[in-house]
Design a protein around this ligand. Structure first.
Ligand SMILES: Nc1nc2c(ncn2[C@@H]2O[C@H](COP(=O)(O)OP(=O)(O)OP(=O)(O)O)[C@@H](O)[C@H]2O)c(=O)[nH]1
Length: 712
């Protein structure tokens, strides 16, 4: 009898399913686990039912309590040599396949804090029960049933399965994020093309490499050197295999987009210039790939250059912890030249080899699962989303929800803009028919009806708005206490418009990164497309400035309206110029911090005394006869008296004269008579400093990689 002990913490039904799908159907598996640890009690019957498809001899034994729950006695029979648990305080249950398991649900005693609720993400799946959802969200069964009633869903018992769409709606309604678990159980999986992203430091040749690879694309040749239609293209190999490349912009401001790019990517091509070596964004790209658990293939580019030193790049990458193949690791390295088109075939081969090792397969039948890599608005066609199909088949006419947008697919286009009936795994497609513009990284969910699509989209919009308000309130509570000597933080409302959704996000992230202790940059509205009348209205109402990236100049009427309302519009096509201008604007709005600076220094050469003629005419006044040895003396400033380097007195200037005349300022090299309010302690040789209050404004700082921030 084959048996397994599964007690990997945090694993769940999906883990068990994966286990069962990879183990022999004929063997008898005895699976030990714990409720709430491996197998949730209410999932168990379903899992067991699914599992029985795979193995008729499956036995699941699961127990209450935590790690100690494995029944020692039972284990000793099956697995001699395992250590005894500390206590045998447990309830043992044994379940034959499909036998129902009942565990009373105890609602949590404490309601999670608002913050934890907003940050929480729960996994949901088709056919889960209300009981399961209650456990994951931490909300009570009653409240979930109430929500279901409100959204017009039929509410049965807490053990009845609900659809994944309803589960998501309910989860969002209680304020948590929902992540859909997709199961390809029982489906026929077919090999699919790898999806590859090219990453690397600025100017290391990503665009050139993509261009060179694109030229090898059959479709590109067919279309006679097409201008690229999508943010992705497919290269067909002579062997019949193909590779899907994603285009990602290089500037650091787009790191969020790149992070999303990596999330839909199977392989990352890390471009490192052979002459320049490893740079900050090279390391950033490695981090993104590692975070997304995506394997890397290194392309050492610009190998045609006389200054190229590929070996140095290898050593640098090795010392950054990248296990290169040449050094005994599994990361392939290919030397290429994008401009001389050297080594491109080797790079493609390396990518196919990597893909082969990964055994990339996908389900072709059934509803598609896809990810948006880019979205924009076309004047004639309306919102367009470029997506990569991950599994299933996307069909024209289907109702979809993409992020918070929804629609019915009117047209699907391929990478060269040809209309096609469907989209299959690893295929980049353009989807027309959405009612709104989704965001890069959003998933495309196929739903059964328009009603469902509308409902899910409305739910997601509501959740996004809730999260936005929550974040804004968190940020405003960061405003420093007025009792501290920190300037009051001013709010700077901003509206962001850009050409495509991905850029909107990138610009928004970059603008937000300039938030600082003195200025709260509040992005109140973002959108794709040119500046509209409603943007002007909103800006006027909120006192906002409008930032436009890569968009057309607004019509004269809009510019005129903006001028009339005194609205600042900041338009650019180069991201760095845009950020620089916004940075200056933010600095301009920042109250700054006042610092004391020595504006001038004078030496006391002689002392004069002006006698008060009577008591009523005031006391005697001491006048210091000085020479300004450095800087300038200004009458309105504070004066500081120093003797042997020690401060003896500090006070305002009562009189500043030059040759018997009252003056406002005296500059370096000149002599003057100076009276400090309430000071009669001058000595020859003393130093007097003129103190000035300077408003120190924050500074705009940009890094080599292009990231910017404001330093206070
Ligand atoms: N000699 C040589 N020059 C190259 C090669 N690849 C790119 N270049 C040059 O390097 C410069 C930068 O190339 P890009 O392709 O724009 O670099 P990038 O990494 O896409 O730059 P960003 O998009 O700004 O991050 C250009 O002047 C290219 O002509 C190469 O293989 N050999």
């Amino acid at each position: 009898m084959a048996w397994r002990v599964l007690r990997k913490k945090g694993t769940s039904a999906s883990f068990l399913n994966a286990f069962l799908s990879t183990h022999s159907k004929d063997a008898t598996h005895v699976i030990y686990g714990s409720f709430g640890q491996i197998l949730d009690s209410d999932v168990l019957p379903r899992v067991a039912a699914n599992a029985s498809v795979l193995s008729n001899n499956l036995t699941i034994r699961s127990f209450h309590a935590s790690r100690n729950m494995l029944t020692w006695r039972r284990k000793r029979e099956d697995a001699p040599g395992l250590k005894a648990p500390r206590k045998e305080k447990h309830v043992r249950r044994e379940t034959r396949t499909q036998a129902p398991v009942e565990t009373p649900y105890v609602p949590p005693r404490q309601k999670p804090s608002a913050k934890s609720f907003h940050d929480k993400t729960v996994e949901i799946f088709e056919g889960m029960t209300i009981l399961e959802l209650a456990k994951r969200t931490g909300a009570s069964i009653g409240s979930l049933q109430e929500i279901m009633k409100n959204v017009g869903e039929k509410v049965d018992s807490e053990f009845d399965p609900i659809s994944v769409d309803v589960a998501e709606l309910v989860a969002m309604e209680v304020g948590v994020n929902a992540r859909r678990l997709h199961s390809d159980e029982g489906a026929v999986l077919q090999p699919r093309a790898p999806v590859v992203t090219v990453m690397g430091h600025v100017d290391h040749g990503k665009t050139s490499l993509l261009d060179a690879l694109r030229q090898t694309s059959v479709a590109a040749k067919e279309a006679g050197g097409i201008t690229q239609h999508l943010g992705a293209f497919v290269v067909d190999m002579p062997s019949g295999a193909s590779i899907t490349f994603l285009d990602t912009p290089g500037h650091a401001a787009f790191s969020a987009m790149r992070a999303r790019g990596a999330a839909v990517t199977d392989i990352v091509v890390l471009v490192v210039a052979a002459d320049d070596g490893v740079m900050p964004q090279t390391l950033e790209a490695i981090s993104h790939a590692k975070a997304a658990n995506v394997p890397i293939v290194v392309a050492i580019n610009k190998c045609d250059k006389p200054s190229a030193d590929p070996q140095r790049v290898r050593i640098q990458l090795g010392s950054e912890g990248l296990p290169l193949e040449d050094l005994g690791g599994d990361v392939q390295v290919v030397e290429v030249s994008a401009t001389s088109k050297i080594g491109l075939d080797k790079l493609e081969e390396a990518l196919l080899l990597q893909a082969e090792m990964m055994d990339l397969k996908a389900r072709i039948d059934g509803p598609a699962q896809a990810y948006v890599v880019e979205a924009r608005v076309d004047r004639g066609k309306g919102p367009l989303a470029t997506a990569i199909v991950k599994s299933g088949t996307l069909l024209c006419g289907q109702h979809i929800v993409v992020g918070a947008a929804w629609g019915r697919i009117r047209t699907i286009r391929d990478m060269v803009g040809r209309a096609t009936e469907s989209g299959q795994p690893a295929m980049p497609v353009e989807i027309e028919g959405l009612k709104g513009v989704p965001m890069a990284g959003d998933d495309v969910t196929v739903v059964g009806s328009e009603e469902r699509a509308r409902m899910l989209s409305a739910g997601r919009k509501k959740k996004l708005e809730k999260d936005r308000l929550h974040k804004a309130s968190e940020m405003t509570t960061d405003i420093p206490d007025a009792s501290e000597e920190v300037p009051k933080r001013v709010e700077l409302p901003i509206i962001i418009k850009a050409d495509v959704q991905g850029t909107v996000q990138a610009v928004t992230d970059a603008v937000r990164s300039m938030n600082n202790a003195q200025v709260f940059v509040n992005v109140i509205h973002v959108g794709v497309g040119p500046i509209s009348e409603s943007d002007i209205d909103l800006a006027e109402a909120c006192g906002a400035c409008i930032v436009g990236f890569n968009i057309r100049n607004p019509p004269t009427a809009i510019t005129h309206a903006a001028n009339q309302a005194n609205i600042k519009i900041c338009l650019h096509r180069v991201i760095y110029h845009l950020l620089e201008e916004i940075g200056k604007y933010i600095i301009d709005k920042a109250p700054g911090t006042f610092e004391t600076k020595v504006a001038g220094e004078a030496e006391v050469l002689s002392i004069f005394e002006l006698k008060g003629r009577s008591k009523s005419k005031g006391p005697d006044i001491k006048i210091a006869g000085c020479r300004v040895v450095d800087g300038r003396f200004i009458k309105s400033s504070t004066m500081r008296l120093l003797r042997s380097g020690e401060i003896v007195f500090e006070g305002s200037c009562a009189s500043l004269k030059r040759e018997q005349q009252d003056v406002e300022a005296v500059s370096k090299g000149n002599e003057c008579g100076l009276v400090i309010q309430d000071c009669d302690d001058f000595q020859v040789g003393d130093i007097i400093q003129c103190l000035e209050q300077v408003n120190k404004k924050p500074k705009f700082v940009s890094t080599v990689g292009g990231a910017v921030r404001i330093e206070c």
